[in-house]
Write a protein that binds this ligand. Structure first.
Ligand code: COA
Length: 240
Protein backbone atom coordinates (compact mmCIF):
# COMPACT_ATOMS: atom_id res chain seq x y z
CA UNK A 1 0.00 0.00 0.00
CA UNK A 2 2.86 2.38 0.81
CA UNK A 3 3.65 2.82 -2.87
CA UNK A 4 0.15 4.14 -3.43
CA UNK A 5 0.04 6.45 -0.44
CA UNK A 6 -0.03 10.10 -1.43
CA UNK A 7 3.05 12.25 -1.34
CA UNK A 8 2.93 15.34 0.85
CA UNK A 9 2.67 17.45 -2.31
CA UNK A 10 -0.44 15.60 -3.52
CA UNK A 11 -2.23 16.04 -0.21
CA UNK A 12 -2.91 19.75 -0.49
CA UNK A 13 -6.69 19.89 -0.97
CA UNK A 14 -6.57 16.10 -0.97
CA UNK A 15 -9.62 14.06 -0.05
CA UNK A 16 -10.13 10.31 0.32
CA UNK A 17 -13.38 8.68 -0.72
CA UNK A 18 -14.64 6.02 1.67
CA UNK A 19 -16.35 3.34 -0.43
CA UNK A 20 -15.17 2.31 -3.90
CA UNK A 21 -18.52 1.01 -5.11
CA UNK A 22 -21.03 2.59 -7.47
CA UNK A 23 -21.73 5.61 -5.30
CA UNK A 24 -18.01 6.09 -4.66
CA UNK A 25 -17.42 6.32 -8.40
CA UNK A 26 -20.25 8.86 -8.74
CA UNK A 27 -18.67 10.93 -5.98
CA UNK A 28 -15.26 10.70 -7.66
CA UNK A 29 -16.76 12.08 -10.88
CA UNK A 30 -18.38 14.93 -8.98
CA UNK A 31 -15.20 15.85 -7.12
CA UNK A 32 -13.22 15.78 -10.36
CA UNK A 33 -15.80 17.96 -12.11
CA UNK A 34 -16.03 20.42 -9.22
CA UNK A 35 -12.26 20.77 -8.90
CA UNK A 36 -12.22 22.17 -5.36
CA UNK A 37 -10.65 19.08 -3.79
CA UNK A 38 -8.20 16.59 -5.21
CA UNK A 39 -9.33 12.96 -4.82
CA UNK A 40 -6.25 10.99 -3.81
CA UNK A 41 -7.65 7.52 -3.23
CA UNK A 42 -10.46 5.28 -2.09
CA UNK A 43 -10.75 3.37 1.15
CA UNK A 44 -12.83 0.20 0.95
CA UNK A 45 -13.69 -2.70 3.21
CA UNK A 46 -13.00 -5.27 0.51
CA UNK A 47 -9.34 -6.31 1.01
CA UNK A 48 -9.25 -7.65 -2.56
CA UNK A 49 -9.50 -4.05 -3.80
CA UNK A 50 -6.48 -2.77 -1.86
CA UNK A 51 -3.70 -1.65 -4.22
CA UNK A 52 -6.00 -1.86 -7.23
CA UNK A 53 -7.36 1.10 -9.16
CA UNK A 54 -11.03 2.02 -9.39
CA UNK A 55 -11.94 4.58 -12.04
CA UNK A 56 -8.27 5.52 -12.22
CA UNK A 57 -7.91 6.17 -8.49
CA UNK A 58 -5.94 3.86 -6.17
CA UNK A 59 -7.63 1.94 -3.38
CA UNK A 60 -5.34 2.73 -0.45
CA UNK A 61 -6.71 0.21 2.01
CA UNK A 62 -9.54 -0.28 4.44
CA UNK A 63 -11.24 2.38 6.51
CA UNK A 64 -8.62 1.77 9.20
CA UNK A 65 -6.01 3.18 6.82
CA UNK A 66 -7.35 6.58 7.81
CA UNK A 67 -5.01 6.55 10.82
CA UNK A 68 -2.02 6.16 8.49
CA UNK A 69 -3.41 8.78 6.17
CA UNK A 70 -3.72 11.25 8.99
CA UNK A 71 -0.01 10.82 9.60
CA UNK A 72 0.46 11.61 5.89
CA UNK A 73 -1.46 14.83 6.52
CA UNK A 74 -4.62 13.72 4.75
CA UNK A 75 -7.30 15.47 6.73
CA UNK A 76 -10.38 15.26 4.52
CA UNK A 77 -12.74 12.50 3.53
CA UNK A 78 -16.14 11.94 2.02
CA UNK A 79 -18.06 8.81 2.97
CA UNK A 80 -19.61 7.47 -0.23
CA UNK A 81 -21.38 4.38 1.06
CA UNK A 82 -24.87 3.91 -0.32
CA UNK A 83 -26.43 2.35 2.78
CA UNK A 84 -27.85 5.25 4.78
CA UNK A 85 -27.16 3.92 8.27
CA UNK A 86 -23.62 2.78 7.43
CA UNK A 87 -22.80 6.09 5.79
CA UNK A 88 -23.88 8.03 8.88
CA UNK A 89 -22.04 5.64 11.20
CA UNK A 90 -18.76 5.95 9.31
CA UNK A 91 -19.11 9.71 8.99
CA UNK A 92 -19.53 10.01 12.76
CA UNK A 93 -16.48 7.85 13.42
CA UNK A 94 -14.30 9.81 11.03
CA UNK A 95 -15.38 13.06 12.67
CA UNK A 96 -14.43 11.58 16.05
CA UNK A 97 -10.97 10.93 14.59
CA UNK A 98 -10.57 14.57 13.60
CA UNK A 99 -11.16 14.07 9.89
CA UNK A 100 -12.93 16.90 8.08
CA UNK A 101 -15.89 15.68 6.02
CA UNK A 102 -16.36 17.61 2.79
CA UNK A 103 -19.27 18.01 0.41
CA UNK A 104 -19.40 17.11 -3.28
CA UNK A 105 -21.56 19.42 -5.36
CA UNK A 106 -21.61 18.83 -9.11
CA UNK A 107 -21.08 22.03 -11.13
CA UNK A 108 -24.26 21.33 -13.11
CA UNK A 109 -26.37 21.13 -9.94
CA UNK A 110 -28.29 24.14 -8.70
CA UNK A 111 -28.04 24.81 -4.99
CA UNK A 112 -29.84 27.91 -3.81
CA UNK A 113 -27.59 30.32 -1.93
CA UNK A 114 -30.21 30.31 0.82
CA UNK A 115 -30.09 26.52 1.24
CA UNK A 116 -28.07 25.15 4.16
CA UNK A 117 -25.97 22.04 3.85
CA UNK A 118 -24.38 19.87 6.53
CA UNK A 119 -21.18 17.87 6.10
CA UNK A 120 -20.55 14.88 3.85
CA UNK A 121 -23.37 16.02 1.58
CA UNK A 122 -23.52 14.95 -2.09
CA UNK A 123 -25.51 16.87 -4.70
CA UNK A 124 -25.10 15.06 -8.01
CA UNK A 125 -25.27 16.24 -11.61
CA UNK A 126 -28.37 18.21 -12.67
CA UNK A 127 -29.91 18.07 -9.21
CA UNK A 128 -31.70 21.11 -7.80
CA UNK A 129 -31.87 22.23 -4.18
CA UNK A 130 -34.32 25.06 -3.71
CA UNK A 131 -34.47 28.12 -1.57
CA UNK A 132 -34.14 27.66 2.20
CA UNK A 133 -33.89 23.89 1.86
CA UNK A 134 -31.94 22.25 4.68
CA UNK A 135 -29.82 19.17 4.03
CA UNK A 136 -28.46 17.33 7.07
CA UNK A 137 -25.07 15.64 7.29
CA UNK A 138 -24.46 12.77 4.84
CA UNK A 139 -27.51 13.54 2.71
CA UNK A 140 -27.44 12.46 -0.94
CA UNK A 141 -29.41 14.38 -3.55
CA UNK A 142 -28.73 12.13 -6.50
CA UNK A 143 -28.61 12.75 -10.24
CA UNK A 144 -31.43 14.99 -11.52
CA UNK A 145 -33.29 14.88 -8.21
CA UNK A 146 -35.25 17.91 -7.02
CA UNK A 147 -35.47 19.12 -3.44
CA UNK A 148 -37.68 22.16 -3.60
CA UNK A 149 -38.10 25.19 -1.39
CA UNK A 150 -37.90 24.82 2.39
CA UNK A 151 -37.57 21.06 2.37
CA UNK A 152 -35.87 19.62 5.43
CA UNK A 153 -33.81 16.45 4.99
CA UNK A 154 -32.54 14.59 8.06
CA UNK A 155 -29.10 13.08 8.44
CA UNK A 156 -28.17 10.51 5.77
CA UNK A 157 -31.44 10.74 3.86
CA UNK A 158 -31.11 9.80 0.18
CA UNK A 159 -33.16 11.30 -2.63
CA UNK A 160 -32.47 8.93 -5.54
CA UNK A 161 -32.05 9.84 -9.21
CA UNK A 162 -34.93 11.81 -10.74
CA UNK A 163 -36.97 11.78 -7.52
CA UNK A 164 -38.68 15.05 -6.62
CA UNK A 165 -39.78 16.59 -3.35
CA UNK A 166 -42.19 19.50 -3.66
CA UNK A 167 -41.95 22.44 -1.28
CA UNK A 168 -41.75 22.06 2.51
CA UNK A 169 -41.42 18.30 2.51
CA UNK A 170 -39.75 16.88 5.61
CA UNK A 171 -37.68 13.74 5.24
CA UNK A 172 -36.54 11.93 8.35
CA UNK A 173 -33.09 10.67 9.18
CA UNK A 174 -31.93 7.80 6.98
CA UNK A 175 -35.03 7.82 4.78
CA UNK A 176 -34.76 6.62 1.19
CA UNK A 177 -36.76 8.24 -1.62
CA UNK A 178 -36.53 5.81 -4.56
CA UNK A 179 -35.71 6.66 -8.14
CA UNK A 180 -38.34 8.79 -9.86
CA UNK A 181 -40.57 8.99 -6.78
CA UNK A 182 -42.58 12.13 -6.04
CA UNK A 183 -43.67 13.63 -2.74
CA UNK A 184 -46.30 16.37 -2.80
CA UNK A 185 -45.83 19.54 -0.80
CA UNK A 186 -45.75 19.72 2.99
CA UNK A 187 -45.73 15.95 3.59
CA UNK A 188 -43.44 14.13 6.00
CA UNK A 189 -41.53 10.96 5.18
CA UNK A 190 -40.49 9.39 8.47
CA UNK A 191 -37.06 8.28 9.64
CA UNK A 192 -35.68 5.24 7.79
CA UNK A 193 -38.83 5.05 5.68
CA UNK A 194 -38.51 3.79 2.11
CA UNK A 195 -40.43 5.27 -0.79
CA UNK A 196 -40.36 2.80 -3.69
CA UNK A 197 -39.20 3.79 -7.15
CA UNK A 198 -41.86 5.72 -9.04
CA UNK A 199 -44.20 6.15 -6.08
CA UNK A 200 -46.26 9.29 -5.55
CA UNK A 201 -46.55 10.15 -1.88
CA UNK A 202 -49.70 12.12 -1.05
CA UNK A 203 -49.94 11.27 2.67
CA UNK A 204 -47.35 11.27 5.44
CA UNK A 205 -45.21 8.13 5.64
CA UNK A 206 -44.52 6.72 9.10
CA UNK A 207 -41.01 5.93 10.35
CA UNK A 208 -39.47 2.70 9.00
CA UNK A 209 -42.38 2.12 6.66
CA UNK A 210 -42.07 1.13 3.00
CA UNK A 211 -44.56 2.61 0.58
CA UNK A 212 -44.97 1.93 -3.14
CA UNK A 213 -47.28 2.85 -5.97
CA UNK A 214 -49.46 5.73 -7.11
CA UNK A 215 -50.74 6.91 -4.76
CA UNK A 216 -48.17 5.42 -2.41
CA UNK A 217 -49.43 2.83 0.08
CA UNK A 218 -47.55 0.93 2.76
CA UNK A 219 -46.31 -2.54 1.87
CA UNK A 220 -44.23 -3.40 4.89
CA UNK A 221 -42.21 -2.00 7.75
CA UNK A 222 -38.58 -2.23 8.60
CA UNK A 223 -36.99 -3.41 5.32
CA UNK A 224 -33.80 -1.85 4.06
CA UNK A 225 -33.18 -1.37 0.35
CA UNK A 226 -30.08 -2.57 -1.44
CA UNK A 227 -29.09 0.41 -3.50
CA UNK A 228 -25.56 -0.42 -4.50
CA UNK A 229 -24.37 -4.01 -4.24
CA UNK A 230 -21.97 -4.48 -1.33
CA UNK A 231 -20.02 -7.69 -1.65
CA UNK A 232 -18.61 -7.87 1.85
CA UNK A 233 -19.68 -6.65 5.26
CA UNK A 234 -18.01 -3.41 6.27
CA UNK A 235 -15.63 -3.75 9.21
CA UNK A 236 -15.79 -1.72 12.37
CA UNK A 237 -13.59 1.33 12.33
CA UNK A 238 -10.68 1.06 14.75
CA UNK A 239 -10.91 3.38 17.73
CA UNK A 240 -8.65 6.44 17.97
C1 COA B 1 -39.78 -0.56 -2.57
C2 COA B 1 -38.65 -1.55 -2.63
C3 COA B 1 -37.52 -1.11 -1.67
C4 COA B 1 -39.20 -2.89 -2.18
O1 COA B 1 -38.23 -3.87 -2.30
P1 COA B 1 -38.44 -5.28 -1.56
O2 COA B 1 -38.48 -5.08 -0.10
O3 COA B 1 -37.42 -6.23 -2.10
O4 COA B 1 -39.93 -5.69 -1.97
P2 COA B 1 -40.44 -6.73 -3.06
O5 COA B 1 -39.66 -6.63 -4.33
O6 COA B 1 -40.55 -8.05 -2.39
O7 COA B 1 -41.91 -6.16 -3.36
C5 COA B 1 -42.94 -6.18 -2.39
C6 COA B 1 -44.23 -5.84 -3.12
O8 COA B 1 -44.18 -4.45 -3.50
C7 COA B 1 -44.26 -4.34 -4.94
N1 COA B 1 -43.29 -3.30 -5.30
C8 COA B 1 -42.00 -3.26 -4.99
N2 COA B 1 -41.44 -2.13 -5.45
C9 COA B 1 -42.41 -1.45 -6.06
C10 COA B 1 -42.42 -0.21 -6.71
N3 COA B 1 -41.33 0.55 -6.80
N4 COA B 1 -43.58 0.23 -7.24
C11 COA B 1 -44.71 -0.54 -7.13
N5 COA B 1 -44.76 -1.74 -6.51
C12 COA B 1 -43.60 -2.18 -5.99
C13 COA B 1 -43.87 -5.69 -5.51
O9 COA B 1 -44.45 -5.91 -6.76
C14 COA B 1 -44.43 -6.60 -4.43
O10 COA B 1 -45.83 -6.71 -4.61
P3 COA B 1 -46.58 -8.12 -4.35
O11 COA B 1 -46.35 -8.42 -2.89
O12 COA B 1 -47.99 -7.81 -4.70
O13 COA B 1 -45.90 -9.09 -5.25
C15 COA B 1 -38.01 -1.65 -4.06
O14 COA B 1 -38.86 -2.39 -4.95
C16 COA B 1 -37.76 -0.28 -4.68
O15 COA B 1 -38.62 0.34 -5.33
N6 COA B 1 -36.52 0.17 -4.45
C17 COA B 1 -36.08 1.46 -4.94
C18 COA B 1 -34.84 1.24 -5.81
C19 COA B 1 -34.25 2.54 -6.23
O16 COA B 1 -34.91 3.54 -6.36
N7 COA B 1 -32.95 2.53 -6.40
C20 COA B 1 -32.22 3.73 -6.72
C21 COA B 1 -30.81 3.57 -6.24
S1 COA B 1 -29.88 5.06 -6.37
Amino acid sequence: MDALLPTRRSVRNGVVIVGAGGHGKVVLDILRAAGKYKPIGFLDADPALTDSYVAGLPVLGSINTVTTLRRQRVRRALVAIGDNRTRAEYAAKLLEQGIELVNAIHPTAFVSPTATLGRNVVVAAKAAVGTEARLGDSVIVNTSAVVDHECDLGEAAHVCPAAALAGRVRVGRGAFIGAGARVIQCRTVGAYAIVGAGAVVIRDVLDETTVVGVPARPVRSGVRPTIYPVSVALPKLAAG
